[in-house]
Design a protein around this ligand. Structure first.
Ligand code: SAH
Length: 343
């Protein structure tokens, strides 16, 4: 069945027409789904019961329910595990900042990219998420907290550019002025570096931020951490980033997870500096979040600071990601794994 919440406004209007309904029904439905965040037709009080029944017969109405919520005692970060209609589960994270609430959404159930330090990919890819299933992660958090969400980062489980069409539809719906109307500038998509898709995304000319998970400054080291590096070289990646900036005017964010003794030396910092130092960019250093299945260890605080200083001295804009939700399986895919192993 067609998934109602994944339809754009134009598509919804066409559906109404094909059902022989009045055009304004599309606007009403859209408002209930994407602005009032209704979880069932019974809430949609201005719709005739017969019309609602017809919709229920013809369409899937996707709603996510939290099967577990964990709140960090340290910083108030919340991690949600949502049940999907087919019985799978996905993780989302709510981070509360002074400038507003940010939700980190998953784009796939599992992942097939195989990054060595990441828990989401240990069992491979289960399936892509629908646009509605990505949206519902944000909607369900809003319903649960009663608070608005101002920022969305697609940095949960999965590789968003490996689910490209659904991702674009998700962004369109999320930023639509008739829905939540989150500003494109407040949306970040993080990729492990699928070069052709990065170039395609550049040509969409959206105002979203593209974050590239770099994690190493040489091809050899990157290949040790990320199998995707066998497919695309650093040269190709950096060129694709330059193209994204050229097409959109949006500065790239480079993510660099620091792993003790692997990619956190002064030499690594120097190599990174020469790789990206002349670019208009922003570097986000992430102390690696250790997962049980691998023996990667976080860099020492001193190493993180030295690494940061080295980049700053060359005028690179650097932040160290505040570690949030460390006590609640904050890293991608950890909560879902724990939940599954308990079932
Ligand atoms: N597939 C996308 C988005 C998901 S991961 C990507 O690769 O960018 C979001 C970020 O968290 C990526 O930079 C990823 O490499 C990083 N990450 C995953 N597991 C981590 C861990 N255990 N510790 C630190 N960073 C991790």
């Amino acid at each position: 069945m067609t998934d109602l919440k994944s339809l754009t406004r134009n598509e919804l209007a066409e559906e109404m027409q094909s059902m022989g309904e009045k055009p304004f029904r599309a606007g009403q439905l859209y408002e209930w789904m994407h602005r009032k965040l209704a979880v069932r037709y019974e809430e949609m009080t201005n719709l005739p019961k017969t019309f609602a029944a017809k919709c229920a017969e013809r369409y899937d109405y996707t709603v996510l329910n939290a099967v577990r919520v964990q709140e960090s005692a340290v910083d108030g970060t919340r991690k949600y595990l949502f049940g999907l209609p087919d019985g799978n589960t996905v993780e989302s994270v709510l981070m509360r900042y002074r400038h507003g609430n940010c939700v980190c959404v998953s784009s796939q159930v599992g992942c097939r990219m195989g990054c060595k330090f990441c828990a989401s990919t240990l069992d491979g890819l289960e399936r892509n998420l629908l646009p509605s299933e990505m949206l519902e992660q944000v909607y369900a958090v809003m319903r649960h907290t009663g608070e608005r969400v101002s920022n969305v980062v697609v940095m949960g489980s999965g590789e968003p550019l490996d689910n490209y069409d659904n991702l674009l539809r998700f962004i369109e719906l999320l930023t639509d002025e008739n829905g939540l109307h989150i500003s494109q500038r407040n949306v970040t998509v993080s990729t492990c570096g699928l070069v052709p898709r990065m170039r395609q995304l550049a040509e969409e000319k959206l105002q979203i931020t593209l974050a590239l998970s770099l994690h190493a400054a040489t091809d050899a080291k990157r290949k040790e951490l990320m199998p995707v590096a066998e497919r695309y070289s650093l040269r190709e990646l950096i060129d694709a980033c330059a193209y994204y900036f050229e097409q959109t005017g949006r500065r790239i964010t480079f993510e660099y997870s620091l792993v003790r003794g692997v990619n956190d030396s002064e030499e690594d910092a120097a190599l990174l500096t020469s790789l990206i130092g002349h670019r208009n960019c922003h570097v986000n250093l992430i102390p690696v979040n250790p997962i049980r299945e691998r023996d990667y260890v976080q860099s020492e605080r001193r190493a993180v600071e030295a690494f940061q200083r080295k980049l700053q001295n060359r005028g690179i804009n650097v932040t160290v990601r505040r570690e949030m939700g460390r006590d609640i399986d904050g890293a991608c895919g950890q909560l879902r794994r724990r939940y599954q192993s308990e079932q």
